[in-house]
Design a protein around this ligand. Sequence first.
Ligand code: SF4
Ligand code: SF4
Length: 171
Amino acid sequence: MGSPCLKTVGAPSLEELRNSPAFPKSEDFMKGPIAVIECIEEIPCNPCETSCRKGAIVIGDPITNLPRIDFEKCIGCGICVAACPGLAIYIKDYTYSDEEARISFPYEYLPLPQKGDVVQLIGRTGEMVCSGTVIGMQNSRQNDRTTIVTVAYPKNFFDEVISMKRIKNKS
Ligand code: SF4
Ligand code: SF4
């Protein structure tokens, strides 16, 4: 078995993502909050493109093109995060503070975390990476029923974190 990648473990490696057209370069992460798209399979899908009011995401024709992002246009608003049916987009902000970065990701489970909760953050294969503190929850009507959770976490785990571990029901 080769090194963990989309083919072997069903989740893209960081190397595969860095070779994909949408993945930000290090300098893009220095600009503030931006969208990160982890979508590297050529599927007929484009809600990310049509939802972005800034025209920052381009798929074009054919619809199976991989998405691209213009980071000069992306303002990190997060509209595309809830629009993606594949839960393949999150917002990351390396500039949040000296010690911490920030991530906003879609979370479609109950119970929801609460602001101030310390949660367990996970990587692309569901592995535990570190803990972080919930600093925001967004559940607007335009997001349908997808909640966007924002968590602050240590910068040295910046690349690895993509979501949080599901909270168990108390019963
Ligand atoms: S975060 Fe906002 S501006 Fe950036 S790509 Fe998504 S919808 Fe567009
Ligand atoms: S909406 Fe999501 S799954 Fe569909 S092309 Fe865009 S990033 Fe990929």
